[in-house]
Ligand binder design. Structure first.
Ligand SMILES: Cc1cc2nc3c(=O)[nH]c(=O)nc-3n(C[C@H](O)[C@H](O)[C@H](O)COP(=O)(O)OP(=O)(O)OC[C@H]3O[C@@H](n4cnc5c(N)ncnc54)[C@H](O)[C@@H]3O)c2cc1C
Length: 399
């Protein structure tokens, strides 16, 4: 059993949500310990290809919040060392004719939601993305989609946090939250050590429910595995972030029956898998692409079927990718709440408990959620209203 230590705040989980929370809490002047079972960035935050998609957000809170997060990302890029943030714009391309009316419905829905998207024909698409394959007939273009290296962002936040006197404890596992007289007293680690703290931030990604369940606060989310792969540097750059037509079966516009849309043969190898056809260039020229996903799976390893799907369809979308060496393949687990929104809540449980989890689009919302957490811990109204992210929205309404 180790020696007990005392901090103003302890943050459990050093993904983008937890690391940003720790960084902004430290900026408020709190003494802070940031804990991770493995190391900062071990979870989905260190494993995703860094897309900041606005197009995929539903009208309403999801879109409004995401637009705010997008502006915040831009301001972060001017504040922190370079983390590869690019205002690249984004394309959702399609090959099959059957997807053209779907893309049209998608554009109408997103324009109504306030996003400046437009439908591009092939010549207009070639202007934005000359390396696109001959089968691709059109795309939806959104100038606000962007790209970043989330791993690098997380590293800058963690290093800044440590430089400013924050404490990173890893690898350590928080086993339980300690509570006395309805107020947080800290956490107990798996080796029995207790970390005393009146503020406990739970930012454990898909593992957060292990800490929240004893308080009846488990969040109804499904783990979802997303897979990705990386090539060696390519002799060409894909400027926008790109995804493809199968994304419309995940983010389906109103009035469209996704089950009637055609699938590629490789998408039928394992019917459990969905696909998003994403690809982005990194500053060194390497390409990260994917993403096969499986809802309900907590296997954090790439699968043969997931990689087969990604490789075969990526080669059709971008034939020039076909000859590049693949240097790594991996997967990560994301917590998908029933409404796709995170839980950012400081009033769900005992005094001092702050929940910051359930991030499905953490590239956009992760860093910003840390700002909200610090505001709430400091007793201020958060920079963005937290009401829509409360834990209680999942409770059935009273009869
Ligand atoms: C392949 C892939 C593609 C993706 N694509 C996109 C995309 O296009 N756009 C987008 O916005 N997002 C995308 N995501 C999702 C994004 O990565 C997540 O939303 C985000 O990283 C979640 O961050 P987090 O900090 O909540 O959780 P995580 O990054 O999972 O961090 C949680 C951390 O908590 C630690 N932890 C858990 N329990 C404990 C405990 N008891 N004690 C100590 N430590 C603990 C874990 O070790 C982990 O490091 C993708 C993810 C993957 C894997």
């Amino acid at each position: 059993m180790g020696v007990n230590r005392t901090f103003d705040a302890v943050v459990v989980g050093a993904g983008i949500a937890g690391t940003a929370s720790a960084w902004y809490l430290r900026k408020e002047g709190f003494s802070v310990a940031l804990l991770d079972t493995h190391h900062p960035g071990w979870g989905a935050s260190g494993r995703n290809p860094g897309f900041l998609w606005l197009q995929t957000k539903a009208p309403g809170l999801s879109m409004h919040f995401s637009l705010t997060c997008r502006r915040f990302a831009e301001s972060l890029a001017s504040e922190l060392p370079d983390f590869g943030f690019r205002s690249s714009g984004g394309l959702i391309i399609f090959r099959d004719e059957a997807y053209e009316p779907v893309a049209r419905a998608f554009v109408a829905d997103r324009v109504a939601a306030g996003l400046p998207v437009e439908l591009l024909d092939r010549p207009a698409l070639l202007d934005k993305c000359p390396d696109i394959g001959p089968e691709v007939s059109g795309a939806v273009w959104n100038p606000l989609d962007a790209h970043q290296d989330t791993r690098l962002l997380l590293r800058h936040l963690a290093e800044g946090f440590a430089r400013s006197g924050g404490t990173i404890l890893a690898p350590v596992r928080a086993d339980m939250i300690l509570v006395e007289k309805d107020a947080c007293g800290g956490v107990r680690l798996s080796d029995g050590t207790e970390i005393e703290s009146r503020i406990v931030v739970v930012a454990g990604g898909p593992w957060s429910n292990e800490l929240l369940a004893p308080f009846g606060l488990a969040i109804p989310y499904r783990p979802t595995r997303f897979e990705a792969a990386e090539t060696a540097p390519a002799p060409f750059r894909i400027k926008p972030v790109v995804s493809g037509q199968s994304l419309f079966r995940f983010f389906t516009p109103p009035g469209v029956d996704a089950s009637l849309l055609p699938c590629e043969p490789s998408e039928k190898i394992r019917p459990e898998l969905g696909f998003t056809e994403q690809i982005a260039s990194y500053p060194d020229g390497s390409l990260q692409f994917g993403c096969a996903y499986e809802v309900g799976s907590d296997l954090d390893r790439a699968t043969v079927a997931g990689q087969a799907m990604a490789c075969s369809i990526t080669c059709r979308n971008f034939p020039a990718v076909a000859g590049l060496p693949v240097i790594r393949q991996w997967a990560g687990i994301v917590a998908q709440t029933t409404d796709g929104l995170p839980v950012i809540d400081a009033s769900a449980g005992p005094d001092g408990l702050v929940i910051n989890t359930g991030h499905f689009f953490g590239n956009l919302a992760g860093a910003f959620s840390g700002r909200m957490v610090a505001d709430m811990a400091a007793g201020r109204l958060p920079v963005y209203p937290a009401a829509g992210f409360s834990r209680s929205r999942f409770r059935p309404a009273a009869a």
